[in-house]
Design a protein around this ligand. Structure first.
Ligand code: ZN
Length: 437
């Protein structure tokens, strides 16, 4: 829809993209072609700057941070790769840093490339150490894009024909057990029932805060999940791939839930700062009993360049106090969006924790309105703001933590104008929204 508004150079690249890449949802065809990424901005092939509040969750410290680039370049020149059976000071320095930081007590570390690999390792560790092969996860969770990890999330359209089972997640609006307020012990009885009946579930995998719809668990919920897991010999695996590294106002999202000490934690995406794919699995030392099994025998398992990038990224986060500031910036964004919601009837409930922000787009009657959410995304892209639409109608903003208050304000102004344009046409009864290039 917005492609016709793009200049010739961009359209040619998009045509090549469709010609040579396999066509598939979310990847090809694309919306635009870019030639640069720096700080909070993408630059398209026409030289236009686009504020990136999507960034696939790799953008906590923004793009092309000079300190991280320098660390990568220095490591590339000295030791670009570490073959199997060897280690390096870069890899052990990162492992030691993760060991110190992580809320998994005395964690042992494994490194890989994408977080899907780390999630696969978590399932392998669970099977090898518990002797149980089953895994339970919550429907709608986001745990990766490989066949095994997509199936964990049970996202609509990803599990057709695979015969996988999931339990319902926390849902304040429509709790299956009619829980109310902060009490969600009732719906967790379903989880307990599944673990009891199956008897051989090795691991439960959960995002501490739902990343695709900003599902913030009430206090007591994850603590009860931990209790249920412990009493059934099931390991608790938390997936922080999309939300760690300060996104929620704490270094790790699980830190919002005192008393929860996961058996394993999966980290990725932001760890490599958009420069190098690196992920980590942190494991309780009691599970360090798999010596004969090559769980982590990947080609890039202890990449010195990946480790140098990750260490530099953590250093930037810590030096600039970006994590503490994310909470204040998040409150600022929330106030901006609440003001917009007063004037734009299509804006639905706002959910926010730190700089993980979601707001629904709904029909005047109150139901989610996917067509309007999509139109709003396109209208925003044309004005220079990128974000993600999840669950059909939830606009998800994950700004880089380095975004300044002025940047956040500029994004809200773009959204305001885009909302006005979309509302003018769709609320006036037009069937489709037409972009004005
Ligand atoms: Zn409930």
């Amino acid at each position: 829809m917005v492609v016709r508004c793009l200049p010739e150079a961009a359209r040619r690249i998009l045509e090549d993209d469709s010609e040579y890449f396999l066509v598939q949802a979310l990847s090809t065809p694309c919306l635009n072609a870019i030639q640069g990424a720096k700080g909070i901005y993408l630059e398209d092939v026409n030289g236009r700057q686009i504020i990136d509040f999507h960034g696939n969750n790799v953008n906590q410290v923004g793009y092309a941070n000079p300190k991280i680039l320098a660390a990568a370049w220095q490591q590339m020149q000295v030791l670009p790769f570490c073959p199997g059976h060897y280690t390096s000071a870069a890899a052990t320095a990162l492992a030691s840093k993760l060991h110190q930081l992580a809320p998994v007590p005395r964690a042992k570390v494994m490194l890989a490339r994408g977080a899907a690999e780390a999630m696969a390792m978590a399932q392998e560790v669970a099977r090898l150490t518990t002797g149980r092969w089953k895994t339970v996860s919550l429907r709608g969770g986001l745990h990766g894009a490989t066949l095994d990890t997509l199936s964990l999330g049970g996202q609509p359209g990803t599990t057709a024909g695979l015969g996988l089972l999931h339990v319902a997640p926390y849902n304040l609006e429509r709790c299956l057990a009619s829980c109310s307020g902060d009490c969600h012990l009732g719906c967790l009885d379903f989880l307990e029932d599944v673990l009891e009946r199956e008897g051989d579930v090795g691991a439960l995998i959960v995002e501490p805060i739902g990343s695709s719809d900003v599902r913030i668990h009430p206090q007591g919920y994850l603590q009860r999940v931990q209790e249920i897991c412990r009493s059934h010999g099931c390991l608790l695996v938390v997936d922080e791939t999309a939300i760690a590294w300060g996104r929620t106002g704490k270094m790790f999202a699980i830190e919002h839930y005192p008393g929860v000490e996961p058996d394993m934690m999966v980290l990725g995406e932001g760890l490599g700062a958009g420069l190098f794919p690196i992920s980590a699995l942190l494991v309780n030392p009691a599970l360090d009993v798999m010596a004969p099994s090559p769980v982590d025998h990947f080609t890039f398992e202890k990449s010195p360049v990946g480790a140098a990038v990750a260490l530099a990224m953590i250093d930037v986060l810590e030096r600039v106090s970006l994590v503490a500031e994310a909470e204040r910036k998040g409150a600022f964004v929330r106030a901006l969006l609440e003001r917009l919601a007063e004037r734009h009837p299509v804006m639905g409930p706002i959910r926010q924790i730190g700089l993980l922000v979601g707001f629904g787009i709904r029909q005047p009657g109150g139901d989610g309105w996917p067509e309007a959410a999509e139109a709003l995304l396109y209208a925003s892209l044309l004005r220079g703001l990128n974000f993600r639409v999840a669950e059909g109608h939830v606009c998800l903003w994950t700004p880089p933590l380095i975004a300044g208050y002025g940047d956040l304000d500029a994004a809200a102004k773009i959204l305001d104008a885009a909302l006005a344009g979309v509302e003018r046409e769709l609320l006036a009864g037009e069937d489709t929204w037409t972009p004005s290039c």
